[in-house]
Design a protein around this ligand. Structure first.
Ligand SMILES: [Zn+2]
Length: 46
């Protein structure tokens, strides 16, 4: 399902949403707050 996924910045702790598709595979992302590349996807619990 195309859409957005939640991410968290490991450096400043900011939470944000970014476009994400499973088929894209790993992609380099940067935190909108501090521009760090230490960004990790947060899986939503249902
Ligand atoms: Zn950050």
């Amino acid at each position: 399902m195309p859409g957005e996924a939640d991410f968290v910045c490991l450096r400043c702790g900011a939470h944000f949403k970014m476009p994400y598709e499973e088929s894209e595979g790993p992609k380099e992302r940067a935190c909108p707050e501090c521009k760090s590349n230490s960004v990790r996807r947060v899986k939503e619990k249902k």
